[in-house]
Design a protein around this ligand. Structure first.
Ligand SMILES: Cc1cc2nc3c(=O)[nH]c(=O)nc-3n(C[C@H](O)[C@H](O)[C@H](O)COP(=O)(O)OP(=O)(O)OC[C@H]3O[C@@H](n4cnc5c(N)ncnc54)[C@H](O)[C@@H]3O)c2cc1C
Length: 376
């Protein structure tokens, strides 16, 4: 299956990257076409639960294909795996109605979802200060007001999971809840796109007194940070697997380039300083991969994976940035131009050190946990 997914990504998805990156109707139509092709090939929704219409691979099994699937940033969306986090969250924590209505349709690719935690005026690393509020009405429904930004895929989403304060005051870690909001609800508005290093896909949204049915609360009232933590642990690990695939792609391009390009003193690969780029990149790739698979094993076994995921996230983000930077360097100007995927891969590597929690958050959180083990 890994070989089949690898071929699909290289032969069908990568040639469409330019159209997919540009967004808009042509991008959406291309994505739908890729979904159909993936379904025909039997590689749609590989890690999603079989009872909902996915292939039901365990995380450990899926990890074997996630690297090659993620070699293109569009791979997980093209093959339906990007739906995993929303589907699992709604399936495990949604009310009977939410569980009945949405996870199967998401798995089938009929609906799209996004997840909105981050706010402009609040440290993303400290959600206890969240300003978005949800107030319960006499009939049990909720009125949600606030703004969120850098929300991936918000413009095309049918469903938005929003983190909001339902009780308590800023700085309380309790009192935060998750609510599922259909994007066609009155008062929901996509405000603007926020290009990241020049590329779209992230959006600012506004919730202006949006009414949400009472049974669209996800999990218990006040349980948002527990559910978000579960989602983020898995989400970060999946991203790490995909970043390894992207770094491997940059590494392959680098090696092909240094062997193919030659001057009067022979091929670029004959220069020791170029060999150092190759060595350091390979070392970064090979030392990161086992860390990520350790996190996969820990999560799949249902064990506490905070340390493993924190180590993997920081290592994989740094590694992707380092390998793509080296690949750009040996390509010279061509590495910054439009003819290779290196600028896009480098952009992902840079953003990787901030999204899903910046490096500093993981470094301090891992160190604190480790030091607690030495407390006498
Ligand atoms: C491409 C992309 C996609 C994203 N997608 C989503 C999405 O779909 N949904 C969503 O809700 N959010 C999303 N985000 C937002 C992302 O999760 C936040 O940017 C991230 O959590 C950091 O929060 P912040 O931007 O508020 O940075 P801040 O919390 O303001 O941190 C800024 C900097 O301050 C320092 N810092 C912060 N906290 C600490 C600390 N505890 N210790 C030491 N230093 C610290 C770090 O240098 C950090 O980079 C996305 C962001 C990007 C770039």
């Amino acid at each position: 299956m890994r070989g089949q997914v690898d071929r699909f990504i290289r032969e069908r998805v990568m040639p469409c990257e330019e159209v997919l990156d540009a967004g808009g109707p042509a991008s959406a139509a291309t994505m739908r076409d890729l979904h159909d092709q993936a379904r025909k090939e039997g590689i749609w929704a590989l890690p999603l639960p079989a009872e909902l219409g996915g292939r039901g691979l365990s995380l450990t099994e899926y990890a074997q294909v996630a690297e090659v699937e993620g070699a293109s940033d569009h791979g997980p969306a093209a093959l339906g795996s990007a739906l995993l986090l929303d589907v699992l969250m709604l399936h495990r924590h949604g009310s009977a109605r939410v569980g009945e209505e949405y996870p199967k349709r998401l798995t089938a690719g009929e609906l799209r979802a996004c997840y909105a935690m981050t706010e402009q005026d609040v440290l993303g690393t400290d959600p206890s200060m969240t300003r978005t509020r949800a107030v319960q009405e006499a009939d049990g429904s909720w009125r949600v007001s606030g703004r969120k930004w850098f929300i991936s895929g918000a413009a095309g989403a049918d469903l938005v999971t929003v983190l909001a304060r339902t009780d308590g005051a800023p700085a309380d870690r309790g009192g935060l809840s998750l609510l599922l909001i259909p994007a066609d609800s009155p008062g929901f508005r996509v405000v603007r796109e926020l290009p990241v290093l020049g590329t779209g896909g992230q959006w600012e949204i506004e919730l202006n007194g949006v009414r949400v049915p009472g049974d669209h609360l996800i999990g218990e009232r006040g349980s948002a940070l527990t559910i978000a933590g579960e989602r983020l642990q898995l989400g970060r690990t999946l991203r790490c697997l995909r970043w390894i695939g992207q770094a491997q792609r940059a590494f392959d391009l680098m090696c092909e380039r240094v062997n193919a390009r030659a001057g009067s003193r022979g091929p670029l690969g004959g220069h020791q300083l170029v060999q150092q780029h190759v060595f350091e990149s390979l070392l970064a790739l090979r030392t990161t991969r086992p860390l990520v698979h350790e996190a996969v094993t820990q999560i799949d076994a249902g064990l506490d994976a905070h340390v493993e995921v924190g180590l993997a996230k920081v290592a994989a983000a740094r590694m992707l940035q380092r390998v793509t930077d080296a690949a750009i360097q040996v390509h010279g100007a061509a590495g910054l131009g439009p003819d290779t995927p290196l600028p896009a891969l480098f952009r992902t590597g840079r953003a990787a050190r901030i999204l899903d929690g910046p490096d500093e958050l993981h470094i301090t959180s891992v160190a604190r946990r480790v030091l607690r083990g030495y407390d006498t």
